[in-house]
Design a protein around this ligand. Structure first.
Ligand code: SAM
Ligand code: SF4
Length: 435
């Protein structure tokens, strides 16, 4: 969601005649888009904004520093008071007014901080211009906010309640994107399974998937899916819509029913296992990935072992693993936890090892297969190796064929015969023609 918000900031400023430069040092306007889901991102922001004080003077002689997104929403007053080099603070609902806020800051001189961190609902503003980072891929927000209030999570407080776009607006946007050369869309929401509830009175995500599939877009992904709301109707729509990729990110958070209850996730370990088996039954070979929090207040060794056994039983092909980060204002932040930091770190390392083993095992199954890859560009280390993602969302590397140009292949679909399967990527030669 933050990546997409950044693309919208870029699109909005582009409409006002701004161009992107290579580094913040060269910029007249610097916009920090922030996230406060975990503490690490918080600390980064304060360091990076302060560092702008000693950055070289920009071409215009005056630099406008803007802080937007979740941290701006939460800490608006504090930023205005303590961060002297910030000119504009805009919250999660104020994205559309950024150009005006910048104009006000320019007019008002350097003394006044211009801020909009209002909590009023401005309606759904995702029809704003967006400058996409990649020509072939687009983020498509279908809803914003969250109603779930998981006890550890700050999102509902900084992004507000759930609001969905109208189904026909989403479909029309995907249609436009497809006509513009986009091959893969990722539908975005904090809980896509609840899509439509506030507009239509009941969720319509299954219907949306089928309708987006009918636009002719080649690849559809979506994130995030809350297990408590993933219906059999949606599983059927996924299985029956050719463009929906055989991959699903389904955050489990913990394998212990006791911890899940304390997290307010509203499903049990058994519910999750039964859901995972229904999904696998409907889509054999589907790649399941997840999010897991280690060290939630009060998590015991037994709870943690429940997580390890669930991860093993489901056989996730990858997972984002996080050490619990206390977010003040959330119910979990009020619970003291005597578990020593080293114990939590040791659990985290054990989980990371298991996740890597499972990822390695899942990749071995791809050996010898030919997989379809959407090409993204050269790898970071070697210009002659191209990188893309398979339908199951696995990273795939392949050598640039002799006589081919990397630019010519970017954004194309190719087939790669997998002859090497590492933990975090697959590799092999390109076979056949790009399309
Ligand atoms: N809405 C998504 C869902 O429920 O699947 C998750 C969105 S959240 C921004 C992404 C992930 O961050 C969560 O799934 C959770 O694992 C992690 N997360 C959220 N709050 C956290 C916290 N306080 N400490 C550690 N990890 C956290
Ligand atoms: Fe946070 Fe839970 Fe909402 Fe996801 S569903 S954004 S974890 S409150």
């Amino acid at each position: 969601m933050n990546l997409h918000d950044s693309e919208r900031v870029s699109g909005l400023l582009g409409l006002c005649g701004c161009i992107e430069v290579a580094s913040p040092d060269e910029a007249d306007i610097v916009v920090f888009m922030t996230c406060c889901v975990r503490e690490k991102a918080d600390t980064h922001l304060y360091g990076q904004v302060s560092a702008m004080v000693s950055a070289p003077e920009p071409p215009s002689g005056r630099r406008i520093v803007c802080v937007g997104g979740c941290i701006a929403q939460r800490d608006g007053a504090r930023i205005r008071e303590h961060m002297r080099n910030v000119d504009v603070v805009f919250g999660t609902r104020a994205l559309a007014s950024l150009p005006e806020l910048i104009a006000d800051a320019l007019e008002g001189g350097s003394k006044e901080v211009v801020a909009d961190v209002s909590e009023d609902d401005p309606g759904f503003s995702t029809d704003l211009p967006s400058r996409r980072e990649d020509a072939w891929h687009a983020w498509v927000p279908i809803m914003t906010g969250c109603n779930n209030f998981c006890s550890y999570c700050i999102v509902p407080y900084v992004r507000g309640r759930e609001r969905s776009r109208r189904l026909e607006d989403v479909v029309a946007e995907v249609d436009r994107l497809r006509a513009d050369g986009v091959r893969e869309v990722c539908l975005l929401g904090q809980n896509v399974n609840s899509y439509g509830r506030n507009v239509y009175g009941h969720p319509r995500f299954a219907e949306l998937l089928r309708a987006v599939g009918e636009t002719g877009i080649e690849r559809i992904r979506f994130t995030s899916s809350h297990p408590k709301d993933l219906s059999d109707e949606t599983i059927a729509a996924m299985a029956e819509t050719e463009a929906v990729m055989p991959q699903l990110h389904l955050a489990v958070q913990s394998g212990s029913t006791r911890v899940l209850k304390a997290m307010n996730r509203r499903y049990t370990r058994e519910d999750f296992l039964s859901l995972a088996s229904r999904i696998k039954h409907a889509m054999p070979g589907i790649a399941l990935s997840t999010d897991i929090i280690v060290g939630f207040p009060g998590e015991t060794e037994e709870d943690f072992e429940d997580t390890l056994s669930l991860v093993r039983e489901v056989g996730f092909s990858s997972a984002f693993t996080f050490i619990y980060s206390k977010r003040s204002g959330t119910p979990a932040a009020k619970v003291d936890d005597p578990t020593p930091r080293e114990v939590i770190q040791e659990r985290f390392d054990r989980l990371a090892e298991l996740v890597a083993t499972l990822a390695h095992d899942a990749n071995q199954e791809e050996l010898g297969r030919t997989v379809e890859v959407l090409v993204e560009g050269p790898s970071k280390r070697d210009d002659d190796i191209l990188v893309g993602h398979s339908r199951k969302n696995k990273t795939v590397h392949f050598p640039l064929p002799e006589g081919a140009s990397a630019e010519g292949l970017v954004g194309k679909l190719v087939d790669v015969r997998v002859d090497e399967a590492r933990t975090w990527y697959l590799r092999g030669p390109l076979v056949g023609d790009a399309r």
